[in-house]
Design a protein around this ligand. Sequence first.
Ligand SMILES: C[S@@+](CC[C@H](N)C(=O)[O-])C[C@H]1O[C@@H](n2cnc3c(N)ncnc32)[C@H](O)[C@@H]1O
Length: 249
Amino acid sequence: MQSHFRLISLVTLLLTLCATWPTVTGLAQEKEPASSRYQTGRRTLDGIGKYYFGREIAHYMTHLGASWLERPEREEEERPDLAMKALGLKPGDVVADLGCGTGYYSWRMAKEVGPKGIIYGVEIQPEMLEMLAKKMKERGVTNVVGVLGTTTDPKLPKLVDLVIMVDVYHEFDHPWEMMDAICKQLKPGGRVVFVEFRGEDPDVPIKPLHKMTEAQVKKEMTAQPLEYVETVRTLPIQHLIIFRKKAEK
Ligand SMILES: C[S@@+](CC[C@H](N)C(=O)[O-])C[C@H]1O[C@@H](n2cnc3c(N)ncnc32)[C@H](O)[C@@H]1O
């Protein structure tokens, strides 16, 4: 009788493992139809319980935390000047600062592209766009334009040379749809840049779901018409990972 129960328990355990394995590993990702692009799994404190390529998506940062984006020590911690250098923007470039928040990076890029260029500051939170407009006015910046996007489409008014996401991509609740839309709104040969806190480094003092490893970003981009260009490692606690839109055949 006892061994009968043991057998039932073992079968139950195996069935449970089979059912949850793709959820945890994301192995089902590549060959599945769109409806099962994502998996539902355990919801952790900072996550939404939705998984993409085995990664739990982080909850987005609300506008109530906007002052953290403008903290004075950020300049030393992140060295945005080095990020600007790495981007190599040219006068006249059209750039999307996706998930721009208060525009901490937008005005810096606006200086690089000059009056003939334009920065679209894209947000899903109208409150962030209000703060963006206020900050740009205070700085006398006139070539940053706020755009209200959705969680599946940034709704860019025209094709862009570069899309940059600083500490944003891991918050997309529809990463495949967002990246699909982004690729369609890029000029031929246009670049996509991810600036993420380094997930490989346990000393980077950021919550795990708000960091990303380079390997994970590369893995997720295999689902898009993008080719990897390079990873810039000059920033203190982030990496800047650059992709380019593949030429259409
Ligand atoms: C951590 S903040 C970073 C803000 C800014 N990039 C910076 O570095 O100061 C992330 C921002 O991404 C925005 N966000 C999340 N998902 C988004 C989406 N699908 N489209 C546009 N913005 C999004 C959030 O509203 C939030 O303001």
